[in-house]
Design a protein around this ligand. Structure first.
Ligand code: SF4
Length: 123
């Protein structure tokens, strides 16, 4: 049985603060619906020194599991908000999550600048 990404064996390699947050998240209702709890092991986190082709293949397989998961949205948001630095969460790799976070930060900055522009124009 697969350890879900939220309780990965790699917990020991993340900072204690993140591990504590992850432990708290074990109680989140969405966690109990995770499809990866009932799937085969090893898809969601890279073993050390994994060749690129193997990583891409493994990540695609993990994403296929995520695609049929009823809590994909909740899982993805969790991984974005923590943020989770490793593994496939909510159908996104760590690199893909960094792109989403960068876009969110840029959008927030644009909205902030637009608000300040409106305030300056009104004043
Ligand atoms: S979306 Fe993927 S990683 Fe998240 S709980 Fe579902 S199967 Fe697991």
């Amino acid at each position: 049985m697969l350890q879900p990404p939220h309780s990965s064996l790699q917990v020991a390699s993340v900072p204690a603060q993140r591990a504590a947050a992850r432990d708290r998240d074990q109680d989140a209702p969405w966690h109990t619906e995770a499809v990866c709890r009932r799937d085969e092991a090893g898809l969601f986190f890279a073993p050390s020194k994994e060749p690129t082709a193997a990583r891409l293949s493994r990540e695609e397989a993990a994403k296929r599991v995520c695609a049929r998961c009823p809590v994909m949205v909740e899982c993805r948001e969790h991984a974005l908000l923590q943020p989770e630095p490793y593994g496939v969460w909510g159908g996104l790799t760590a690199a893909e999550r960094r792109v989403v976070l960068a876009r969110r930060r840029r959008r927030e900055m644009e909205l902030k600048n637009a608000r300040q522009g409106r305030i300056a124009a009104a004043g």
